[in-house]
Ligand binder design. Structure first.
Ligand SMILES: [Zn+2]
Length: 472
């Protein structure tokens, strides 16, 4: 049987996938906080398009966990996503991939499906997804439950793997926005791992195959996101699923969907998953991954958590008659309302000192700037409506970064400045853990106001999504 030249051989293949992607993208998924019930609606039509959909079991809270099956080949490939409930990127990609595989009139795909049988378990932790939290409803990290099997979701994965005994397993996760490729400033958009199956991190045939498939996917992704692919730390974790499934004889590949600049809902990263997974499936079907080596896998740089949202370089701090300079790193933590929109941010100082080995998505050279504390508007206002009447640009130019209100707002991301009650003491400043609100002066004028980690350059229009912290 001959398959048209694909993943590993034809460089145009990857670009063709990207070009055709809009035809297969599940457009009803636009953000990461979709829920189990919505996913069920998206899965239904697939059963008319060549997929068999079966219930594999129920989550702790009784939500159905489905397995989608397509293909009639001898090579079995199992892919599961969202074991961590707030890691939804690959679930979106699995839906896109399912649409791609539903092309009944595409001879290449029909041939592919004669060689492989694919099993998808999207959203393995639906209770976690409901709250958009990492852990299961029991408060357990199911990626540390592969041995104890105290979560029904863990037992479903284990029993299903044991029953079909797949040749390949894809363990699909998200990682935070701060991972870089090696020691560079490049974000690690995709990180791979062929998990170790023992403390010695030995390479047996099972693990070698995982490494070869990863090297194949890396080769494809380098065409789209050069230098934005990394390798995850391979320390053996005896309780993790990836490590154990590798040990149980399924060649296991971990994919971490990481950051891509200005892509908070990870739609670009979703596309990279889609490309990587299709590349992997073809290369497995054709055995073309076997031309890759474990050295190629090992040459992928490791990832490090070296990025920040904002990096301020070399700001001068004056305390009494002493002056010194330091770098300040800020990270914005995402918050939501019970797992749903709206999302708001808490911008905190991540670190301060010599941060020359770290990076920021936004870098500010502050060598001619002096640190000054945040400043509260002197008048206590009645409520948010009164605050909205203030001339914001003038206030920022005068260095006012916060207001006091008699009536506190119920929502969190409602105003550009920080909000305090009439008596509240704010915990802000430049020291680690504090909310990042302060001023940066040039001579005696204000150059920047930093409010809850959002950087406002004085004289420039205020960023629409910027908002202060509500100190209650
Ligand atoms: Zn995860």
């Amino acid at each position: 049987m001959t398959l048209a030249p694909k993943a590993a051989q034809n460089p145009d293949f990857v670009h063709q996938l990207v070009q055709d992607y809009p035809k297969f993208k599940e457009n009803r998924l636009q953000h990461r906080r979709f829920k189990h019930q919505f996913l069920q609606e998206l899965l239904l039509p697939l059963s008319q398009n060549g997929f068999e959909i079966n219930k594999a079991g129920e989550s702790f809270k009784g939500r159905d966990i489905q397995v989608l099956t397509i293909g009639a080949g001898d090579i079995k490939i199992l892919m599961w996503s969202q074991m961590h409930g707030d890691e939804a990127t690959a679930t979106m990609a699995l839906l896109d991939l399912s649409n791609y595989l539903s092309q009944n009139d595409n001879a290449d795909i029909q041939e592919l499906l004669q060689r492989v049988t694919l099993y998808f378990v999207p959203m393995l932790n639906p209770d976690g997804a409901e709250q958009f939290q990492r852990r299961t409803a029991q408060g357990i990290d199911m990626n540390r439950d592969a041995l104890a099997l105290q979560c029904p979701e863990s037992r479903i994965l284990k029993e299903f793997r044991d029953r079909i005994n797949p040749h390949f397993g894809f363990n699909l996760h998200d990682q935070n926005d701060y991972y870089t490729v090696g020691l560079t400033e490049k974000p690690a958009t995709i990180s791979f791992l062929a998990p170790a199956y023992n403390q010695a991190k030995s390479i047996n045939e099972t693990r070698l195959k995982a490494m070869q498939v990863i090297a194949t996917m890396n080769h494809a992704l380098q065409q789209l996101i050069p230098d934005q692919v990394a390798r995850y730390d391979d320390r053996f974790e005896p309780r993790a699923f990836g490590d154990n499934i590798q040990k149980w004889g399924t060649s296991t590949i971990l994919i971490e969907s990481g950051p891509y600049p200005n892509d908070p809902e990870k739609q670009q990263v979703r596309l990279m998953n889609y490309v990587a997974l299709i590349t992997a499936i073809y290369s497995i079907a054709e055995s073309s991954y076997q031309v890759r080596t474990h050295e190629e896998y090992e040459a992928i740089p490791e990832n490090y958590e070296n990025l920040n949202d904002v990096m301020i370089r070399g700001i001068k701090v004056v305390e009494g008659n002493k002056a010194y300079s330091l770098d300040i790193a800020i990270r914005k933590q995402e918050f939501d309302q019970n797992g749903s929109f709206p999302v708001y941010y808490g911008g905190r100082i991540e670190d301060a000192g010599d941060l020359s080995t770290k990076y920021g998505y936004r870098e500010i050279v502050a060598k001619d700037l002096i640190y000054a504390p945040a400043k509260i508007y002197p008048e206590v206002l009645t409520d948010l409506d009164a605050a909205r009447k203030l001339p914001l640009a003038d206030l920022l130019a005068q260095g006012y970064t916060a207001i006091r209100l008699q009536v506190m707002p119920t929502s969190k991301a409602c105003f550009t400045l920080d909000i305090l009650g009439s008596e509240t003491t704010p915990r802000w400043g430049r020291r680690p853990e504090l909310i990042a609100s302060f001023l940066m002066m040039r001579d005696s004028t204000i150059a920047y106001a930093v409010i809850n980690g959002f950087v406002h350059k004085i004289g420039e229009p205020v960023e629409k999504s910027a908002h202060g912290w509500v100190f209650r």
